[in-house]
Design a protein around this ligand. Sequence first.
Ligand code: ATP
Length: 264
Amino acid sequence: MASDLTVNNVEVVYHDIVQVLRGVSLTVRAGSITSLLGTNGAGKTTTLRAISGLLKPENGKIREGTVTFEGRTLSGMTGTDVVKSGVVQVPEGRRVFKHLSIEENLRAGAILGRGNWQADLERIYTYFPKLRDLRHKQAGYTSGGEQQMIAIGRALMAHPKVLLLDEPSLGLAPLLVQEIFENVRHINRAEGLGVLVVEQNANIALRNSDYGYVMEGGRIVMEGRSAELASNPDVKEFYLGVTEHGSRKSFREVKSYKRRKRWM
Ligand SMILES: Nc1ncnc2c1ncn2[C@@H]1O[C@H](COP(=O)(O)OP(=O)(O)OP(=O)(O)O)[C@@H](O)[C@H]1O
């Protein structure tokens, strides 16, 4: 569909020589939650940067392929123009402005001057009531979970149609991770917001998404509906740590996955 976000056969190199993405194709259907899974260094963050126009500051570039959204080509646009077209990334590690208050952080997200920022603040506080209570607190003194909420709230101030989330679970306790994902699902339904979420925590990502992709070595090696991926023996064994005997296996022990890799 024209309103989907589509990554088509994208290759990315850093410093003109280090090739990291090797022909990545994926689709985030309008209004859906899509997860992008994979181990460390698989190329997940690079895929998000390729979409959001944030490769340049890292000395990276798209060498082949295209990214399109609502019929427009995003590849080649600056990060600001990608935001203007409705695709906004929430960076890994939160990156809140630590010396500013929560409310000032949120206002900083209203960079496009769209809509009424006061009404938008109210909208964000409805999703994250905790942020309203703490709105004058310096962001640097808030917890990891609250910083994640600030980062998501800040991105929502720009009225995105698609949100790119980079490892929202990073460094958070399981209950908080659950809360963040529930918030994301609620916003997804309330606003029809499309979400592409990068996660190493496959379990939580698959439970909270419609469709999923698995990356390895700069390529997509598996894809499917999240419920199907979650019950796929390879994904269960390697990513979810569940085996027929119920004990966790290491990557080297995952025989069926290795077999599969030979023909993938
Ligand atoms: N700015 C950069 N310059 C050079 N190489 C980079 C740069 N950023 C990432 N890479 C390399 O690209 C590869 C993929 O990194 P990327 O961060 O996209 O993976 P990832 O799947 O998000 O992993 P992680 O979960 O560890 O962030 C890694 O080998 C990494 O060293």
